[in-house]
Every structure is written in C-alpha cells, then in structure tokens.
Design a protein around this ligand. Sequence first.
Ligand SMILES: Cc1cc2nc3c(=O)[nH]c(=O)nc-3n(C[C@H](O)[C@H](O)[C@H](O)COP(=O)(O)O)c2cc1C
Length: 387
Amino acid sequence: MPVITNIYDLKRLHKRRTPKMFYDYCESGSWTEQTFRENVTDFDKIRLRQRIAVNMEGRSTATQMIGQDVAMPVALAPVGLTGMQRADGEIKAARAAEKFGVPFTLSTMSICSIEDVAENTEKPFWFQVYTLKDDDFMRRLLDRAKDANCSAIVITVDLQIMGQRHKDLKNGLSAPPKLTPKSIADMVTKVAWGLEMLGTKRRFFGNIVGHAKGVTDPSSLSSWTAEAFDPALDWDRIATLRRMWDGKVILKGILDVEDAKRAAEIGADAIVVSNHGGRQLDGALSSIRMLEQIVEAVGDKVEVHLDSGIRSGQDVLKAVAMGAKGTYIGRAFVHGLGAMGEAGVTKALEVIHKELDVSMALCGRRDIKEVDRDILLVPEDFAGRWA
Ligand SMILES: Cc1cc2nc3c(=O)[nH]c(=O)nc-3n(C[C@H](O)[C@H](O)[C@H](O)COP(=O)(O)O)c2cc1C
C-alpha cells in the first residue's frame, strides 16, 4: 500500500491505473493549456503569513455553503464521465463526500444516473445541468433531480460550445471506449480497472441514454451532445432556467465582474468563479486572479465560490482568505478515484483537510470562518494590470 501524502501521489497512481483515454480526458485543458497551467501556478504566487504564539487548540474548518453545513468549504465539482475513471465512479465519489460531510455535485454527463446515485447514497447531493436547447428534456432532468431529493442545482454557464482538447480528439474519447487495437492494447494493462468495469452495467451516459429523445442507443450520443447544447444562450434564458428550479441555484463558470453582477441580479444563490478548469477559453485568466474583484463587486449580494486549480488545502485557504465562501475540487478528487476508488476520494479529502487545518493554524487562526485577507501576502500586481 503506497503512502499517500498529497494529491500528486494520487495523480501518479491514477495515471498508472486508468486507461490513457480517461486519464488524458481529466488531465487536459483546451488548446495550449495556458489557463489550465496558470490555474495552478497562480496559487503558488500567493504566500501565507506565519504567525506564532496563538492558541491552536479547538480548531474548526466547518462552515456553510448555500446554507448547508459542510465539514470544510470544499465541494466535489461536477465531472463528466467520472464512472469511466473507475466503475460506478459517481456513486463512489458521492459516498466518500457524504461520509466526509462535503457536497457532491453530479454532472449531467455522468455515467451513473441521478436515480442511481440517489439510491446508493443517504444524503441529498447537488445536480449540475448544462444549458440545453430542449426545454422538455431540461424540465424532465430537473423533475428527476427534484424526485431524487437534490438540494441544489448548479447551472454551468461557460459551455455553450465546447473548447477543444487535443488529446480527446487524438485518443478518440468515448463512453464506453471504442475497441480499437490502440485502446485494447492500453486497457489490457489496466486489469483491475477492466475487471471492475466488466462487473458493472453502468457504462453509458446514465442521465441521457433512454431519457433524451432520439437517443436509444449509445452510438447516437456523441451527435446528441454536439446538438443539445444551446449556442444561443443569453441572460434571459439563464433567468428562465433559474426559475425552473424552486430551490437553491448556483451559477458556475463566471469569470468577469460584469457577468457576476448579472448573475446576482437574476437571483442566483451562489456563483462559482471558474474557467472550467482551463477546459474552455484558453488564454483566460486563472480563477484565483479574478476572485477578489468579483467578491468586491458582488460579495454582499451573492455567495461567491471558486474552482479551477485547487490541488491542496493551502489553495482552499488562499481562496477563502480572498473572499470565497466555498471552493470545489475537480481533478483532485478524480485523481483519488482513479487511484483507489472510494477510498481514494476519501484520501483526497483527508489530504486537503489536513493541509487546510494545519496551514490555518500556522497562520494564527482557529476557525475557518475567521480567516480573512490578513493571513495572505499577495504580490501587488497579482490581479494584473490589463488594458
Ligand atoms: C474531466 C473533467 C470533466 C468535467 N466535466 C464537467 C461537467 O460535466 N460539468 C461541469 O459543469 N464541469 C465539468 N468540469 C469542470 C469542473 O466542474 C471544475 O470546474 C474543474 O474541474 C475545476 O478545476 P480543477 O479540476 O482544477 O479543480 C469537468 C472537469 C474535468 C477535469
């Protein structure tokens, strides 16, 4: 059993144990991957202020996200095809999250369906929807989420059309994977993955196949995906989608102050400052660089969350200190899942929690709710001066 001390240990195991097509799907950004890289490296530019002689007993990382109690301000981000990283991956990740006491967000493009995840977990989870053209399908998705007792809807607003990730095209990404000499040669080296996959019936897009019109077999799915997203999306449509759900709504994929203001106006309960993990507009600024100005503009009107680039508890601490009320991890939990299944997701959460807790203490704070900008040393030009 390898000793896991950080997320990168899990990443190495994920790479070794998962077919290349799915590891690459996770570990890539669009085009040159500049934004994907900078999401991570920009966190490193922020430093922490070491303080001493502060009582460190009785610490707490517990807080709330959209009024829901969380063991730490970290949720699992919606990640498509999670059930291809490991058999029944969404169920495993959701179970790890609920045991840990953090929210799990199920992607529309999951392998396990909403109903499957609900049947195999105890607590309500969040459901992410893309902005699709088909109103009927959208309503049915939301009805299914309501029936499954989902406690919030996350509307992803930064993927009207899809950013290109070169590796997915080169690998011929599909779910389930197409059997070609190349993919077979790769999969025979991932024995445990293959045996687990053979043991489950969940190998297709569970929320789509059999639910969306015209998609009765998986081979028509890729064309449905290309056609289903709504390139004509505008703020009126987002407002309509917001009204379709009478509970909490989180708008995910805001990276601009003006967009954040519009999101607050239409009554979102939270926004996620996000560039989709660097998978959409390559060349956009990292989320952490944009965070402070967005918090300044709308932080008193709407809860501001952040994702993209979080690989450690220190990253979470930095985002919280800059005003985020919550954060999300995408790749960090997927590395755990690909490495060790449910136990790996738990490990990822434990690693992040420990890093967060110890760093917070060494910055002289005992309660995450007391963490503020004062614990940081941020380069003066961090947000950048852009004309
Ligand atoms: C493999 C992968 C699949 C993703 N699928 C979705 C998705 O289905 N829906 C969505 O809103 N975001 C999706 N995202 C974006 C994540 O929700 C999140 O914004 C991103 O992973 C955060 O960056 P991080 O991976 O650096 O933590 C995906 C990200 C990855 C890495």
